[in-house]
Design a protein around this ligand. Structure first.
Ligand SMILES: CSCCC(=O)C(=O)COP(=O)(O)O
Ligand SMILES: [Mg+2]
Length: 219
């Protein structure tokens, strides 16, 4: 019986194209301005000089480095607050999350994006503010998403039994790490994002498929 669900963002609730073609370029284009305006921002302390080139390289290699994720989140904040950015969510996600929350299932987010960036994305969707649906948010400060210790730490933080906690992601290595920590897992195989379907984990093409696979409230 699943009592808690932890969801990834990119490729799971949100198209990969939105992250790579909208969010990342938005931050990349404004990075030099951010460095000029906030040279003493604490997240820059861990960035080796030359800072602009280092950060641009990290973005280009899609490095999941906490200081980069913090800085991207700071830049996206201006975009969400001005209305230039709106968080893209797959249409099956909001109604299914609402059904699960109404059934008493506790909902959490774990993404490489910073917690403030996660809240901005779910707080500014075409369906309105989805943040009240989630009990807590986790990012790389808890550990990297391919390390099983990250899932063990999240499971301890949220309480309950790991096997009654379901982790949703499109990335098999993340699901392997979560399964090693004893969590139930399901791979989202979104046709638009074209991931390689796992042979080790249950798969679903949308959140309603997750509901069917685990006997949860669905459409
Ligand atoms: C918080 S939205 C931006 C997502 C992001 O920066 C990222 O690197 C995607 O990571 P995920 O762990 O959600 O695949
Ligand atoms: Mg993902």
């Amino acid at each position: 019986m699943i009592h808690s669900i932890i969801t990834d963002i990119e490729g799971t609730t949100t198209p990969i194209s939105f992250v790579h073609r909208v969010l990342f370029p938005y931050a990349r284009e404004r990075l030099a301005g951010f460095l000029a305006q906030s040279p003493d921002h604490p997240a820059l302390a861990d960035v080796p000089a030359p800072k602009l080139e280092t950060l641009l390289g990290w973005i280009d290699r899609d490095e999941k480095i906490t200081s980069l994720k913090t800085i991207q989140g700071e830049i996206w904040k201006q975009g969400y607050e001005s209305g230039e950015l709106q968080g893209e969510i797959y249409p099956d996600v909001p109604p299914t999350l609402r059904r699960w929350a109404r059934a008493g299932i506790r909902l959490f987010v774990y993404s490489s994006g910073s917690v403030p960036a996660q809240k901005l994305l779910f707080g500014h969707t075409p369906e309105g503010d989805l943040t009240p649906l989630f009990q807590a948010y986790f990012d790389t400060r808890v550990g990297q998403k391919r390390d099983s210790s990250s899932y063990a730490a999240i499971a301890r933080a949220i309480g309950g039994t790991p096997k009654e906690t379901l982790f949703l992601s499109d990335v098999e290595a993340e699901l392997d790490a979560a399964a090693s920590a004893g969590l139930a897992t399901c791979q989202l195989v979104r046709p638009q994002d074209a991931p390689v379907p796992s042979k080790q984990h249950k798969t679903a093409s949308d959140f309603d498929g997750v509901a069917k696979a685990f006997g949860l409230p669905g459409a």
